[in-house]
Design a protein. Structure first.
Length: 105
């Protein structure tokens, strides 16, 4: 069974709201920007791009701009085949047809 990108984002959103207190998650909540070290020795850079979007140099080496999804979000971004979920110091980068990549600031 394939969840598809929208289904995967919905599942991740549900998981991120279940349990857990404010803790360290809120220290990064207002700024998604930063350098992330990712599984497999790769890295990802995230910068604000205006209009609620972020500019991403993905762990796969791709340059993409992802809008907030839904608009106004500061932790979930996605468009077409790409999605990025940032939860505190952790990030999950997803590209359709590829394995998700875990990253950490």
């Amino acid at each position: 069974m394939s969840l598809g990108l929208v289904g995967l984002l919905s599942l991740l959103a549900a998981c991120s709201t279940a349990g857990g207190g404010a803790g360290s998650r809120t220290s990064f909540a207002s700024d998604p920007s930063g350098r992330f070290r990712c599984d497999g020795g790769t890295a990802m850079d995230v910068r604000r791009a205006g209009g609620g979007a972020v500019s991403v140099t993905s762990p796969l080496g791709e340059q993409i701009v992802l809008p907030a999804s839904p608009p106004g979000q500061m932790s979930r971004y996605g468009e077409n085949a790409y999605a990025l979920v940032i939860e505190g110091p952790d990030a999950l980068f997803m590209k359709q047809g590829e394995m998700p990549v875990n990253c950490r600031r």
